[in-house]
Design a protein around this ligand. Structure first.
Ligand SMILES: Nc1ncnc2c1ncn2[C@@H]1O[C@H](COP(=O)(O)OP(=O)(O)OP(=O)(O)O)[C@@H](O)[C@H]1O
Length: 453
């Protein structure tokens, strides 16, 4: 037997699971400590020298939101940022586990577990801990930082995107106001950044404002700035986004969400090329390049009296429409391959390849959430992939268009499959199935009824 891999701390509220794991892991770890409740986790962590933690996600029976698991994950990371935490999920709760990974967990194991895979996952995590003893605090959550760095825009091979690219290269160098339209997740913000990067203004950062997120009461102060004392919280003079974007580009995202009565104020600033801070009378000249974006149909909003026609004419000197991913299927696989390569690097995985079945599945999916949906699907698949190939089963692609509905339906499908698989494994013995899944017999019965099993 190879040298043992240090000390492991296991937190799970199922005593049967704790005993089984103690027996299973004995040959591999020097010290195995089990906790039936996470309450004492902080003090136990402080007392010992740990190489890995195996953390259950659901502690309160009946509440399966998993938030408790995430809460304890954060607590562990606060105390020991570099300590590997492997999540243990009662159901194939991939979305939650992926969230856990993004928030600093090293890996996850789904119950009922495969012994060999569980041992491998824990040993890998523990060995990472040996290598990272001098790791920078917070390194484990580095994926968040990585996802914040802007990534290169991929134009793709489709004729529609090639035409768009030609137009962008021509207009980016001018100061013409640009309106970008397209469905959610088609890359409107990414295109705005690209335009700014190609413009003579690129030496300064582009300033972005989400018009859907600016409250009405703060609209003027946020965009045009204010003078000290002009309202209760105005403790000092402050420049607004227009001034901040001077000599650069101002990106107004979700422009279609700006309430009608505020549209006139925006129009005045654009027309006069100057703003007046709240609480002041002095106009301040501004030199900005305006880029706006929306997924809404502005001409239709004009027809309905919801958007000012004069503002629409001001902002859409050049109109760029990004086609949906459905309209450019030839870009799906090249984009996928770029995302695979990016996420393999981000999650420290060896390069993986799509199987033919996976390619076909990706090509047939309608991608109502466009590139953002594709990017998330690839990220999840890369995270849960264990070998050199990404098979179609790893792509949990929803059939509906509504985001909340799709997330719920994916989880339900996975739960149903998990119950079916365990029923087969336990030859239909419900008590054994419930024990394996870590739920009560009644809960299992209710779920089977719900899924018509
Ligand atoms: N051409 C592209 N190449 C690579 N990644 C892209 C491309 N277009 C979009 N993405 C990625 O897809 C995601 C969504 O892009 P972005 O936020 O720009 O879309 P959007 O149209 O502004 O979305 P929303 O309408 O929801 O505001 C981002 O993570 C972005 O990095």
């Amino acid at each position: 037997m190879a040298k043992k891999s240090g000390n492991i701390l296991i937190v799970d509220d199922n005593r049967g699971v704790l005993t089984a794991l103690q027996l299973l892991l004995k040959p591999y770890f020097e010290q195995i400590t089990t906790l039936f409740s996470p309450v004492t986790l902080p003090s136990v962590l402080r007392e010992g020298d740990w190489q890995v933690v195996l953390l259950d996600m659901n502690f309160t029976s009946g509440i399966n939101t998993g938030n408790e698991g995430l809460y304890w994950l954060h607590e562990i990371k606060k105390l020991h940022p570099a300590l590997p935490v492997v999540l243990f999920t009662a159901y194939a709760d991939i979305d939650l586990a992926v969230r856990g990974i993004k928030e600093g967990a090293t890996d996850f194991i789904v119950k009922p577990w495969d012994n060999q895979k569980l041992v491998e996952t824990l040993l890998n995590a523990a060995s990472a801990s040996h290598k990272k003893t001098s790791a920078i605090p917070g390194k484990a959550t580095g994926s968040n930082n990585a996802s914040m760095t802007p990534h290169a825009m991929y134009w793709g091979e489709s004729p529609a995107m090639q035409r768009l690219r030609l137009l962008v290269e021509k207009v980016a160098v001018t100061d013409a106001n640009i309106l970008i339209t397209g469905e959610n997740g088609t890359g409107k913000e990414m295109l705005a950044r690209e335009i700014h990067a190609l413009s003579p203004r690129h030496k300064q950062d582009m300033v972005s404002v989400d018009m859907g997120a600016v409250t009405e009461s703060l609209f003027e102060s946020e965009l045009f700035g204010h003078m000290k004392g002009s309202f209760t919280d105005a403790h000092a003079d402050r420049a607004g986004k227009f001034e901040a974007a001077s000599h650069s580009s101002l990106f107004l995202d979700e422009i279609g969400n700006l309430p009608y009565h505020l549209q006139a104020k925006l129009l005045t600033a654009i027309q006069r090329r100057s703003i007046v801070r709240v609480g002041s009378n002095a106009p301040i000249p501004i030199d900005i390049r305006l880029i706006c974006a929306t997924n809404r149909d502005l001409p239709e909003m004009v027809a309905k009296g919801e958007f000012r026609e004069d503002l629409l004419y001001r902002i859409n000197t050049i109109h760029l429409e990004i086609p949906s991913l459905r309209e450019r299927p030839e870009d799906i696989i090249p984009l996928t391959e770029r995302f695979i390569s990016r996420f393999c690097k981000q999650y420290d995985k060896a390069p993986v390849k799509l199987t033919d079945g996976a390619r076909e599945k990706l090509m047939l999916h309608p991608w109502y959430g466009n590139i953002r949906e594709l990017e998330h699907a690839i990220e999840k698949a890369v995270i849960i992939c264990d070998n050199a190939f990404l098979p179609e089963e790893l792509f949990q692609l929803p059939r509906r268009t509504n985001v909340a509905e799709t997330a719920a339906s994916t989880l339900e499908e996975m739960e149903m499959q998990m119950i079916r698989k365990t029923l087969d494994k336990c030859n239909g013995n419900l008590s054994a199935v419930a024990a394996q899944l870590g739920i009560t017999r009644q809960t299992l019965y209710n779920k089977m009824k719900k899924y018509g099993i």
